[in-house]
Design a protein around this ligand. Sequence first.
Ligand code: ASP
Ligand code: CP
Length: 335
Amino acid sequence: MERQPKPEFFHILRTQQFDRAILDELCELTTAIRKFAKTKEGLLYLRGLLAHKRAMLYFTQPSTRTFLSFNNACQILGIQTSEIRDSATSSEVKGESLLDSLRTFSSYVDVVVMRTNAEGLAENAASLFDHIQRRVPIINAGSGKDQHPTQALLDIYTLERSFKENGGIDGKTIGMMGDLKRGRTVRSLCYLMKNYRNVRLVFIAPDDFAMGEDIKKSLQSHGVQYQETKDLKSVLPQLDAIYITRIQDEHDKAGESKQVDISAYKLGVDHLKLMKPAAVIMHPLPRRDEIHPDVDTDPRAKYWRQERNGMWMRVAIFVKLFKVDHLVMHGHLLD
Ligand code: ASP
Ligand code: CP
């Protein structure tokens, strides 16, 4: 049988690009990095790993944790950063096209991390970069309503860690609740489920925010089972994990989200007794009121850990991207 070449780990644009081998490898790398980070010696070792690299953080759509976790991941590895957080402060206001701006970034840095409102822009930038002399990787840190691939990677890590004593993600039933139509985190995560055996998804959402047909078709084509419901209470006892999302009303045309009754798509303390003792509660954050703050103290609530995992997974992404993973996996501190 002809051997398939290993897919290149370069641009990170959408989760369809990842197979199980790379997901497992990134999770292992993240765990190894966390071990280094437990000591001053380990942290200083990490700080020297990529001190010769520079990153551009181009975030023109609001972000707290993705921006900060990428920024801190750079600091952990010694990567120098530049940033633009508002296109009004760039020469885009003078009429420069975004693609020209991105090409300019590529003149100065070794990787571009970008979050924008525009779907497909990271892909366009990547194809542009593939045809210029200084080819630098693009990392999509959230593209409109479409994808948030690095969030999905940290979500996979959080799920795998949470199910560590219990067979990992394979065979689990995972609920997704809220704005599934425009929630790029759940969309990206769904595409990864084909890499795990016998995962079943349960989509809990009102019709207006139902999971998109494109995702459902993709799940069908890969034999991933899913069910749709509006009744949280009836499915909660079956779930090994529930991933809750915020209504993405920044994508409304005229405040139409306000017309939808979302009161049934929130998790409160009363729901906890219906859940499995080892279930996992996740949320990409930021939240509004879809998870009551009193849920935070339940040991099944993993969203703050999930947030911190994001930083470590992003360290792992840079380590893999710049091909220093062997220096972590075979580093002296792990001996
Ligand atoms: N922070 C996540 C995102 O940017 C989820 C959200 O904003 O609701 O997609
Ligand atoms: N989870 C996430 O992407 O958070 P921010 O929007 O705050 O970056």
